[in-house]
Design a protein around this ligand. Structure first.
Ligand code: PFF
Length: 455
């Protein structure tokens, strides 16, 4: 069967930006920045972007497009034994979808709850106790939260509907699910920066604490964030590249995708922190007092800020609703891109019909997702996210750069990219892929693993 094709260059670019820009930008990036030196985080973030993110994104697009194949098949071209690395990448991606889609399920719930500002004045108590009914530790596996289960089912159904007609239906979806959240971020950002005290929040986000740069954890966080954010090392960008014609401009595609992704993170930082500054100001406390960690940012801190917006419940409901529509549409293209990478890998190897695969995958994903929809869900989510974010990703990244660099050949890849691209890529690319990226990733992986065992 002929390989699927994107209907247009735009369908590809939007799908790639859509995969990259997701919950990682609106929810993970802002708290990564504030907990790793505020404005100073931008230094390792941009270094990670230029040193590892852009070159590896270019390599993934180039390999997928050049070989017209998904990750396991691309790796296999380096030797039979390497196919495993491709499967490992795809398998880690599958694990991400299991919990990513549960978070999508929460967002569906919060979309409805926002219409009445259901969390009232105490979103933290509401989120942890009323909504998640969280238990400390693993909790009872059987204690499902039905609202979340329904949200999870709706998410999988949506993914099925989007992927079922392949690049055709993906192209139609991303035509609105990519621009819409960006427009909403602009609206939320504009509302944010016109609030009293917004400057305090932005100051907090952008004022650097250079002492943090000496901490290897900050560097690990920056590289991890870039990998997660650019959807690298899960086979997604390889798969998306493989639906391009062999002549598509790789360098250009890479620059647009990376720029679109970083711009979304930047906008999200402004939209979130301006509102947090306002909240701190009316509560008469410092911004650091209102910023809480991780998941809390989207489901606790931001809703709290919404319930303090001037203009009454109606206005609050509107902004709350827009915020969750933004998250939902931002997240969906990332969620389905992971499933598409699995689908492509399986159908490159076995003869399985698309629909059959998607139905089976949705059911498996739904069942595994149930673990995160129990009272102990957050506990499991933390452990798995930590493992994937700190280890699985970096390990694939190391193997990927070594395989591309040394076995397939970075120079060969560079020649191919330069043959199809308008911007020409210098020799630095080869040096980065062969030496710099693996050395940095190995250093980060070992120092952060040692740190962890010391604890
Ligand atoms: N890049 C997405 C985000 O930032 O939310 C998440 C993601 C999607 C990670 C696809 C990995 C992936 F393969």
């Amino acid at each position: 069967m002929a390989r699927q094709r994107w209907n247009s260059r735009w369908a590809f670019v939007l799908a790639a930006v859509g995969s990259a820009a997701g919950l990682g930008n609106a929810w993970r990036f802002p708290y990564m920045a504030y907990s790793n030196g505020g404005g100073a985080f931008y230094i390792p973030y941009f270094i990670a972007l230029f040193v590892a993110g852009i070159p590896l994104l270019m390599a993934e697009f180039g390999m997928g497009q050049g070989l017209q194949a998904s990750a396991p098949k691309v790796m296999r071209s380096a030797g039979k034994g390497f196919e495993m690395i491709g499967w490992w990448a795809v398998f880690s991606g599958a694990i991400i979808t299991f919990y990513y889609n549960v978070i999508m399920g929460w967002i569906f719930n919060y979309l409805i709850k926002s219409t009445t500002v259901a969390w009232k004045n105490n979103p933290s108590d509401y989120f942890f106790n009323s909504f998640l009914k969280i238990s400390s530790g693993p909790g009872e596996i059987g204690a499902l939260r039905w609202a979340i289960v329904i949200g999870l089912a709706v998410t999988w159904l949506w993914i099925y509907l989007i992927l079922r007609k392949g690049t055709d239906s993906v192209g139609k979806t991303v035509a609105w699910t990519v621009p819409l959240p960006i427009i909403l971020l602009l609206v939320l950002g504009l509302r944010g920066i016109t609030l009293n005290g917004a400057g305090e929040g932005l100051n907090y986000l952008f004022s650097p604490d250079f002492s943090k740069l000496a901490d290897v954890k900050v560097w690990a966080a920056a590289f991890g964030q870039i990998f997660f954010s650019l959807s690298l090392a899960f086979g997604v960008m390889i798969t998306y590249g493989s639906y391009n014609s062999k002549k598509s401009d790789v360098a250009n595609n890479t620059v647009i995708t990376a720029l679109g992704n970083s711009a979304t993170s930047f906008l999200a930082g402004i939209a979130v922190f301006s509102v947090l500054g306002y909240m701190a100001t009316i509560q008469g406390v410092g911004v650091d007092k209102v910023v809480s960690q991780g998941i809390g940012l989207a489901f606790v801190v931001y809703p709290k800020a919404i319930s303090l917006l001037p203009g009454g419940v109606f206005v609050q409901a509107i902004f709350g609703f827009l915020f969750f529509v933004m998250l939902l549409t931002l997240g969906i293209d990332s969620a389905f891109s992971l499933v598409e990478a699995i689908e492509a890998s399986i159908s490159d190897k076995f003869k399985v019909g698309k629909k059959k695969f998607l139905i089976t995958m949705s059911i498996i994903g739904f069942i595994f997702g149930l673990l995160f929809a129990t009272q102990g869900g957050l506990y499991w989510l933390d452990i798995i996210d930590h493992f994937i974010g700190n280890y699985a990703l970096l390990i694939v990244g190391i193997f990927e750069s070594l395989i591309f660099g040394w076995i397939i050949g970075a120079e060969k890849l560079r020649t191919y990219i330069n043959n199809v691209s308008e911007i020409k890529i210098g020799k630095w690319f080869t040096f980065f892929i062969k030496y710099l990226i693996p050395i940095i990733l190995i250093w980060i992986l070992t120092t952060s693993a040692i740190d962890e065992f010391k604890k």
